[in-house]
Design a protein around this ligand. Sequence first.
Ligand code: AMP
Ligand code: MG
Length: 351
Amino acid sequence: MKKKTRFRTKSKDLSYRIKRISLALLLCLTGILTAGCTRERETTPITKSGFYFDTVIQITLYDDRQEALIDDCFAMAAEYEHLLSRTVADSDISRINQSQGAPITVSDDTISVLEAGLSYCELSGGAFDITLGAVIDLWDIKNNPGVLPAQEDLAMALDSVGYEAVTIDGNEVTLTNPEAKVDLGAISKGWIADRMKEYLNEQGVTEGILNLGGNVLVLGPKSDGSAYRIGLQKPFDQDGSLLLSVDIADGTVVTSGNYQRYFELDGTIYHHIFDPDTGYPYQNGLLSVTIVCPKSVDGDGLSTTCFALGLTEGLALIERLPDTEAVFITEDFEVVTSSGMGDTIPYEILE
Ligand code: AMP
Ligand code: MG
């Protein structure tokens, strides 16, 4: 069962504009509200930001003696970027992409992210695909001034797409299509957030918030039992105002949206989530999908998957999954939630 809420918006005609994504805006992709969740503490919370994976990472821990642990998390981000980034020349993923079909031995961590990615390729029936690297490069949405790719270039890039080409045997990865280009951008931040949480929990830290460019993961229930209030940005809002808030005591809140990276041409938004069948960005009437679930790797995989599947199929998928809820925002700024939102996951529309 789905619930719909339509709310008034001043920008109903969506006067889209190409904006430079500033550090501040990136931090607001998923704002974190702390109002209403504060309490008396003997120590001061500490927040630090870093830039990895072309993404702002912000970590808040509630004890300023834990600053060194935040630095350890940033070191983890740098290490994983070195394994998983397609733009780092000697990363595991770059070595796979340059392999021309030869088997490549990679780390356990890389295998773990690849397997997580492949599981969402299968779950989505191929709407989520970790071999879109050539299509993503061709569009270069982040730097694109508003130029569509030539049809023949797109056709060539599409020939390299198809996740079935990625075969894994132990730590050995082989691309059965030598042209395939692996891109883990849709899942790696969630996977990394989970590793950071594991590390911090091992170090005895059980309260805090990790925000990896919109992948928010909280470290565990607060000691006073209150929830963390996570704010979701209103798509395309130039002031970065929040559309709704979600309260979670534990788990993750992850958003995929067409407003996060895009350019606009003749009234169409060309954004960063691509249809592996056409090579064009999905145009299915959605502005964003937010997933609330225990693990960030799943939140990340599912938010991109549901954006790709669209409202009807995406919502049906969420209803089949345990401990998983979703908020869809349509192009009419209608908020559609899965059946457990409100009952198991409290939320509030902020305007
Ligand atoms: P996210 O922000 O988690 O939804 O991931 C978006 C990123 O995933 C893009 O910037 C691309 O790197 C990659 N990507 C784009 N389209 C797809 C797709 N259909 N399946 C998997 N990854 C994709
Ligand atoms: Mg994702």
